[in-house]
Design a binder for this molecule. Structure first.
Ligand code: HEC
Ligand code: HEC
Length: 316
């Protein structure tokens, strides 16, 4: 009798739990938060007409950025800004070009409910996931709860936090492999830190500063995105954007908040002589020099360095 009770108390529940798990795995039901986040990230169920997933704009083999200056939303409309890559996004303190979301969890609701991007509302989103047997099972298994936007955001953020690779030629170079970066990239690094002044704003392991700066891409006319000021209301933020990280740049063209520069050569040419591009810039940062006087070879070296910041994960 005692034996039998033991079987029911321990063996049967364990057997049952394993059977449920095996069944779930077999049906492709996510087993943990990151897997659930990945499934959601790639699922067009998140957009109003079920046509577009997060990955539709954040393309995985482009380091989760888009190839176009502006991206197309679920209904064909254009986004207001360039889609940034998402690798190492977790190390940033504020999300978006203007820092309007305070972390990855808080960010998710923005694209979901954006009228151009995915066009959903929170209530419909929850209804959809609750009516989907696979999601219902996954949320129950992972969170012991029904699907909600808060948990969906938590899962997607967990997936985004898993997107981290520090294995670029630059990293190997810093760990002592002096051949990991070409001589051109090594000269470019010296320029980046020294004469070209890039390091004044692009520092930290990801070359971001999580600060807002105006590099001169605002004139209130054809360059008319006023950036951070819309969030902070502070006059000094007119035309400022968050200093973006510089990892995986080989994959994330075009560049800047509006995707204005198609290549890294164009970016460096801009920094070399900003007035050639936006002569009437308003509120440009004093750190951005009117003329860096970089020779053509030096500009090429700087580009070689920027390319050496791309993770080998994307170049097997
Ligand atoms: C229609 C294209 C599009 C879709 C779909 C889309 N995004 Fe984005 N994403 C953008 C654009 C554009 C920005 C930059 C907007 C800005 O800064 O004002 C952005 C910014 C972000 C950022 C901030 C990154 C940073 O460095 O600040 C994160 C994180 C992000 N998106 C995640 C997601 C997730 C998660 C989804 C799905 C729920 C999603 N995106 C769907 C276009 C898109
Ligand atoms: C005053 C601070 C500052 C300095 C100095 C600076 N940057 Fe930037 N950088 C920024 C900001 C802010 C942006 C985003 C600007 C925007 O989109 O309007 C940016 C954007 C970029 C981008 C585009 C990244 C992307 O994902 O679109 C690249 C590449 C870049 N900088 C490289 C450099 C290089 C190379 C130098 C040195 C020649 C340099 N930066 C100097 C602040 C700075």
């Amino acid at each position: 009798m005692f034996r039998l009770r033991k079987v029911f108390l321990y063996v049967v529940p364990i057997f049952w739990a394993s059977a449920v798990l095996l069944f779930a795995a077999d049906k492709g039901i996510p087993q943990n938060e990151v897997e659930l986040g990945r499934k959601l990230f790639f699922d067009p169920i998140l957009s109003k007409n079920r046509s577009l997933s997060c990955a539709g704009c954040h393309i995985p083999n482009r380091a989760f950025s888009d190839t176009m200056p502006l991206s197309r939303g679920f209904d064909g409309g254009l986004t207001l800004r360039n889609t940034p890559g998402l690798v190492s996004a977790s190390s940033r303190t504020l999300m978006f070009w203007d820092g309007r979301a305070e972390n990855l969890e808080a960010q998710v609701i923005h694209p979901l409910t954006h009228p151009v991007e995915m066009g959903m509302n929170a209530a419909d989103m929850e209804k959809r996931l609750r009516n989907d047997p696979a999601y219902k099972a996954a949320f129950r298994h992972i969170y012991r709860a029904v699907p909600s936007v808060a948990l969906l955001s938590k899962a997607i953020a967990a997936y985004e936090r898993s997107l981290e690779w520090y294995d670029a030629p630059f990293d190997r170079f810093m760990f002592g492999d002096t051949n990991a970066m070409s001589p051109a990239a090594q000269r470019g690094r010296d320029l980046f830190i020294g004469k070209a002044g890039c390091f004044d704003c692009h520092f930290s392991p990801d070359f971001t500063a999580d600060e807002y700066r105006n590099i001169g891409l605002f004139n209130g006319k054809n360059w008319n995105d006023s950036g951070r000021i819309r969030i902070s209301g502070k006059p000094e933020d007119l035309g400022s954007f968050r200093v973006p990280g510089l990892r995986n740049l080989s994959l994330t063209a075009p560049y800047m908040h509006n995707g204005a520069f198609p290549t890294l050569e164009a970016v460096v040419a801009y920094y070399n002589k900003p007035d050639d591009h936006v002569p009437d810039a308003i509120n440009r940062d004093a750190l951005i020099k009117p003329n860096l006087n970089l020779k053509a070879e030096e500009q090429a070296d700087l580009v070689a360095f920027l390319k050496a910041l791309t993770s080998s994960h994307f170049n097997p």
